[in-house]
Design a protein around this ligand. Structure first.
Ligand code: AQP
Length: 345
């Protein structure tokens, strides 16, 4: 993995987060969570994994449900292998420093930079005048989430690439304007890797698998049981042709490519390896094999999720300890930024 620039001598830290906007799914797992766990287990980084509830309110939401949605996301992190004894797991809103640094960064980022963000355009839809200002400045808060820990590495799915470039621009501009060129904030490296970096909807190979898709059959949720997983894979959209022999031919068939990519990501192989085994076979043979692999891999995660979600007190204890640990790192960073911009006290 690439290292941060030589002019940054701070600790190597990892930060990432997910929105509590619905049940986490296979895309969240293969695109991000799986890499969170590898980085944690590598032991070379201090890892901070938050549930980004402040981002969740950029779209319409039910306040009464938000705390339980945060617990649900935290339970999914732990069930997926994020270990609270190795990584800080916390709610973003419990660490006030995120919001304070976001305001400073709102005054560093340029309007033109944000206007180029494609996720805002996708999420705001046609009527962008009615979108919240928070949705527009979402990537600035995301930069604050990362840089309030001076995180050097951020494991995410491919859809977050543009936001991470903005984070690097904000860090560079802050360092230039307030740090006299010194690397106050690091140039964060995205960690986007493997065939799971972009998992598509099971109903539409051109749309990413998403929590907010109205069709539950479009995704495999991390709390789906074996039966549901198998049914969703059986129903997944495909084409009538058998699987091809080469990745080049597969790339022209989005739905087939997605299922082969999922198989590769779950088995730790490549699309070429999967085609080596299944090239020439129809979906009547491939789908049951994929269902077996998915059930084998995901059943322990969904079992553990269901156990944890029944123990609210345990989840709340983990979140409180994580917030304390995160605040200890974030507070001095925000104090340094406050001083550099000339704030009072
Ligand atoms: N389909 C995907 N394939 C690979 N990675 C994905 N991620 C999301 N979807 C896929 C990665 O998961 C992390 C958390 O995402 P998020 O919860 O912050 O929001 P999102 O990217 O907007 O995810 P969703 O599921 O599409 O949520 P909604 O529907 O609420 O907008 C990120 O690292 C992301 O890259």
């Amino acid at each position: 993995m690439s290292q941060t620039p030589a002019d940054y001598s701070g600790p190597q830290r990892v930060l990432s987060g997910m929105q509590p906007t619905g049940q986490l799914h296979l895309g969240n797992y293969l695109g991000a969570l799986k890499n969170w766990v590898s980085l944690q287990d590598d032991g070379a980084w201090d890892c901070f994994y938050c549930v980004v509830d402040m981002h969740a309110i950029t779209m319409p939401h039910d306040p009464a449900l938000l705390p339980d949605s945060v617990r649900s996301a935290a339970a999914a992190y732990i069930a997926s292998g994020v270990d609270p004894s190795k990584s800080a797991i916390f709610a973003q809103s419990a660490v006030r420093a995120h919001a304070e640094l976001a305001w400073i960064f709102n005054c560093v980022a340029r309007l033109g930079w944000l206007e180029r963000m494609t996720q805002f355009k996708d999420k705001a839809g046609k009527d962008k005048e009615r979108a919240s200002v928070g949705l527009f400045t979402y990537p600035v808060l995301q930069a604050a989430d990362i840089l309030v820990y001076k995180a050097t590495h951020v494991p995410v799915g491919e859809d977050q690439k543009q936001h991470l470039e903005l984070c690097r621009d904000i860090a560079a501009r802050f360092n230039r304007d307030y740090g006299k060129g010194e690397a106050i904030f690091p140039t964060t490296e995205p960690v986007i890797q493997g065939p799971g970096a972009r998992i598509m909807s099971l109903r539409d190979g051109s749309a990413k698998m998403s929590k907010s898709d109205v069709s539950d059959n479009s995704r495999i949720n991390l709390d789906d049981d074996a039966d549901k997983i198998a049914k969703k894979i059986k129903k997944a959209k495909t084409d009538p042709e058998p699987l091809p022999a080469t990745v080049e031919e597969l790339d022209k068939r989005p739905e087939a490519s997605n299922l082969v990519g999922i198989y590769a990501a779950l088995t730790g192989t490549s699309k070429a390896d999967v085609l080596g085994e299944f090239g020439g076979e129809g979906f009547g043979k491939f789908k049951p094999a994929l269902a077996d692999v998915a059930v084998q891999y995901l059943a322990p995660i969904s079992d553990e999720y269901r156990r944890l979600i029944g123990d609210k007190a345990e989840i709340d204890r983990v979140l409180a300890a994580g917030a304390e640990q995160a605040s200890e790192v974030a507070e001095p960073v925000v104090a340094e930024a406050r001083k550099l911009v000339g704030f009072w006290g």
